[in-house]
Write a protein that binds this ligand. Structure first.
Ligand SMILES: Nc1ncnc2c1ncn2[C@@H]1O[C@H](COP(=O)(O)OP(=O)(O)O)[C@@H](O)[C@H]1O
Ligand SMILES: [Mg+2]
Length: 341
């Protein structure tokens, strides 16, 4: 027996026909796009930023290009992907940045275009704002939608010259309430699970345990997959660490083996010592794991950058501590998206 008719609606990348709530944000976005204004969409993970933007793009009458900067985290990569998507050309990797810039400029000068840079934080961390500066200077009907997974002002993350030409309108996304999460989960379950295969208390439990809709969906999916014929509250409770593991794996899917080893190092240190984890220990543990898995360890400089990316994914937090025998140290903790429990 199984509880599932169709797994698709329980997947994170599934695009539902209808979005629930978020009317204000959707409307603000629609107007900005129509008025050809640049937009900065901001808010924590799992608040529906990507979905709402994609939905609004569906009905937009311009050329559209959606880029996730988690994968494309340099100016060069973004330019290449944008040119490939917007033109029918396939440009290889042998081109110079300036040539790609020229191709893109020609294209957007010819056709009204909207470019979405999702998870822009990753591009900014890795490569600064040169690309945005270039885009902001193009004199054509080009609309930009910039999405970041934090509430910080873009003004503080960009050079003044870039920000002042972009002047994006801010649209903020706040975490979902328990009721909203419940509603979305129930809607997905209706399209995915067999009748009477999900207890109300199980849904309530998940919805009250997290504000991150992606994490909630992962938990429901795992519970539905593992249950014999009905998902109960006890059932979901038992599966929380498996859900966490799955959520983390999905977040790290587009990253390297070394990102995963670093995360694993932190996980191990946390369970070994029960106290806070220092960056120095993380690097040691990571090297140990590399040896175990026959991987050549990366330099500490690279792994420090990777740790920052884990932080941007909200999988870990890191905090400086001053004083004590060692002077300034950095402490790392894993983030549990189900921490309302
Ligand atoms: N308003 C909504 N109605 C229905 N499902 C939603 C809504 N907002 C988000 N979701 C679903 O929740 C998950 C996380 O949303 P996502 O857009 O990826 O969040 P973010 O980009 O803010 O991290 C996705 O599976 C998405 O389909
Ligand atoms: Mg997103």
């Amino acid at each position: 027996m199984s509880t599932i008719n169709d797994l698709e609606p329980l997947k994170n990348e599934y695009i539902p026909e209808e979005v629930l709530d978020r009317e204000t944000e959707s409307e603000q976005l629609r107007q900005a796009l129509e008025n050809r204004q640049n937009v900065h969409v901001h808010g924590p993970r799992g608040t529906g930023k990507t979905l709402i933007v994609k939905k609004q793009l569906e009905s937009l009458g311009t050329n559209v290009c959606y880029i996730s900067c988690q994968r494309q985290d340099t100016q060069y990569k973004v330019l290449r992907k944008t040119v490939n998507e917007l033109t029918s050309k396939t440009v290889g990797s042998g081109h110079h940045t300036s040539e790609l810039q020229r191709l893109l400029k020609n294209q957007v000068e010819a056709v009204e275009t909207t470019i979405v840079l999702d998870d822009l934080d990753f591009l900014l961390l890795n490569d600064g704002d040169d690309l945005l500066y270039f885009l902001s200077r193009i004199e054509a009907d080009l609309g930009l939608v910039l999405i970041t997974a934090n509430h910080r002002e873009l003004r503080d993350q960009l050079e003044e010259r870039t920000f002042s030409t972009l002047q994006p309108q801010r649209i903020g996304f706040e975490p979902f309430t328990g009721e909203e999460i419940y509603k979305v989960l129930a809607d997905r379950a209706k399209n995915s699970m067999k009748p009477r295969s999900l207890r109300r208390e199980a849904l309530t439990y998940i919805a009250s345990s997290t504000q991150n809709l992606a994490a909630a969906l992962t938990w429901l999916r795992i519970s539905a997959q593992q249950a014999d014929n009905v998902v109960t509250e006890a059932h979901t409770k038992r599966l929380i660490s498996e859900a966490l593991q799955q959520y983390t794996a999905t977040q790290l899917r587009d990253f390297t083996q070394h990102h995963r080893l670093l995360y694993q190092a932190i996980e191990k240190l946390e369970s070994d010592q029960k106290s806070s984890v220092r960056t120095g220990d993380v690097h040691l543990k990571y090297r140990e794991l590399c040896q175990t898995y026959g991987q050549k360890p990366l330099t500490e400089r690279r792994t420090s950058d990777y740790l920052k990316q884990l932080e941007q994914l909200k999988l870990i937090t890191s905090e400086y501590h001053y004083g004590g025998r060692k002077g300034k140290t950095r402490e790392i903790n894993r983030v549990n998206p189900y921490s309302n429990t």
